[in-house]
Design a protein around this ligand. Sequence first.
Ligand code: SAM
Length: 280
Amino acid sequence: MDSLASAIALLEHEPAWRDPSSFRFRADAADRLELLLIGAHDPALVSRAVALIDAMASIDAIGFETMRDAIRRGEGRAAFAPWLDVGVPTGQHYDVLDHVLAGVLALEEPDVAQPSPPREMVFYQPSPARHIVDGIARARIARDDVVMDLGAGLGHVPILVNVLTGARTLGVEREPAYVERAMDAARSLGLADVHLATGDARDADLSAATVFYLFTPFIGTVLRDVIAGIERQARERPLCVVTLGPCTRTLARMPWLRSDDADPSADDRIVVFRAGFRGG
Ligand SMILES: C[S@@+](CC[C@H](N)C(=O)[O-])C[C@H]1O[C@@H](n2cnc3c(N)ncnc32)[C@H](O)[C@@H]1O
């Protein structure tokens, strides 16, 4: 697909992208067309390319609805099966699984009243979905776990973890508009075991969770206070802390946490810590 004309000709005769489950094919093809459209001047070619992109978006919408129905029937894991073989991914980029998850959750990022977060608190950015899948596998999250996302944003982690494992999931998020959107998405998918609450993670009730997740939601003294809260919980019961991003380095310095990771300070991939008090 080296020119817009040849890309269009190829795709107009290619049946593969018309299969609703071919999200990756459509995502790659639409990206390629968008790139080739930059600087394109022939109005006929431009309108054929736009028609193809629109047709792909319509088929995506059918695929997303099929997946949403599967989730409502309790078959979400099977619906996501084509994308679950992620290995141990690295990096912060997004891929086709994020595209699928975004389509399935149909979450619009709301305009928030306070665009820059308070001191030591980090702005919203979703965890790349392949890291969530990796975290589930390496932390061995199962149906009897209770997973809590501290700084849960729009709820990608609580929702995907619940869909893939059946575990009850909790989230605390300081921005009420995010919580409202996340809970709307969970309700529309019939996910009764996903609960997000508005609040500051420092004040959250941590007593139910067996797994805590942090994608660097805060730094400095806020992070230290929340880690101290997790440590108090770890003195009571075995638990696991799953991290992504620079906050991992702070967790790696905690003497009560241990990790099997070759580099427990790695900030470009998931690191799983287990608490080293009794039974941990
Ligand atoms: C990097 S995003 C992570 C979002 C989500 N955990 C994910 O991985 O997709 C950090 C989130 O933490 C929230 N946050 C920051 N400080 C917070 C605090 N003290 N209490 C609760 N949420 C906080 C931000 O509003 C933002 O939505």
